[in-house]
Design a protein around this ligand. Structure first.
Ligand code: ADP
Ligand code: MG
Length: 248
């Protein structure tokens, strides 16, 4: 293993993912190579169907590639069985979704506690650990609320607290602001920026240039391939897209 592969949180070489639909092969990803180092903040963009969710599912160890090499936190995932994959996910990755995916009849505190029940490294006081995460996202005074008693932005904060509760190295967020208004989206992105500034690696998928502008690195996909991978500040495409969105 090269030093580079060992230091990277995500080390992907020539990843391909092909879905077989009857007679037809759908090439969701073709020859994707990507490294993500600890502490990065990456935005993945691309048209619908370009392979964003497929790539997130691979990076999140939720699925395995058809071919290529994928190491997550130093482990080659194609060598891991399903138990080891689950353990890697639980220990290393926190997931955040567009629709928050909270349990509806369950309080904020219980929602955040849930991943700890499946963890091998349980803190002695689960409720205290969950409460600390809710305080970290600014919801210390809402711990006994049900999702229906919280705004969309507050629900997404609960989901972020839940993603953080096992102290992951990486947060993966697929359209985390897709269900939120502009102002609330900016608040959620400010929270992700603050977590990233504290050392957490963050990878988001978004359609919105203004949201991607909060990240530091932009990866653009088209037809299952990476067509751009540069610092956000250097992307003329992103600046033009953000400007266009402003003008509308
Ligand atoms: P995006 O998230 O960028 O919209 P996806 O990664 O969901 O794109 O999909 C990439 C391509 O793979 C699309 O053509 C999609 O139809 C196809 N695809 C995704 N998941 C499956 C699946 N489970 N079975 C067959 N085709 C799939
Ligand atoms: Mg998608």
């Amino acid at each position: 293993m090269s030093v580079e592969a060992g230091a990277a949180l995500i080390f992907a070489r020539h990843l391909a993912k092909t879905y077989q639909l009857g007679e037809q092969a759908v090439h969701a990803l073709r020859d994707v190579s990507l490294d993500v180092m600890p502490g990065e903040f990456v935005a993945i963009m691309g048209p619908s169907g370009s392979g964003k969710s497929t790539l997130m599912n691979l990076i999140g160890a939720l699925d395995t590639p058809t071919s290529g090499t994928l190491m997550i936190d130093g482990a080659e995932i194609t060598h891991l069985g399903s138990d080891a994959l689950a353990e890697l996910r639980n220990r290393t990755i926190g997931f955040v979704f567009q629709q928050f995916n909270l349990l509806r009849r369950t309080t904020a505190l219980e929602n955040v506690k849930l991943p700890l029940l499946y963890s091998r490294h349980r803190p002695p006081d689960l409720a205290a650990a969950a409460r600390a995460r809710l305080e970290e996202v600014g919801l210390g005074d809402r711990i006994d609320h049900l999702p229906s008693q919280l705004s969309g932005g507050q629900q997404q904060r609960v989901a972020i607290a839940r993603a953080l509760v096992n102290s992951p190295r990486l947060i993966l967020a697929d359209e985390p602001t897709g269900a939120l208004d502009t102002e609330t989206s900016a608040e959620i992105m400010a929270l992700l920026e603050r977590l990233n500034a504290g050392g957490l690696t963050v990878i988001i998928v978004t359609h919105e240039p203004d949201i991607a502008a909060h990240a530091r690195r932009l990866v653009r996909l088209r037809d299952g391939r990476i067509i751009e991978d540069i610092p956000v500040a250097q992307s003329a495409w992103l600046q033009a897209a953000a400007h266009g969105a402003e003008a509308r």
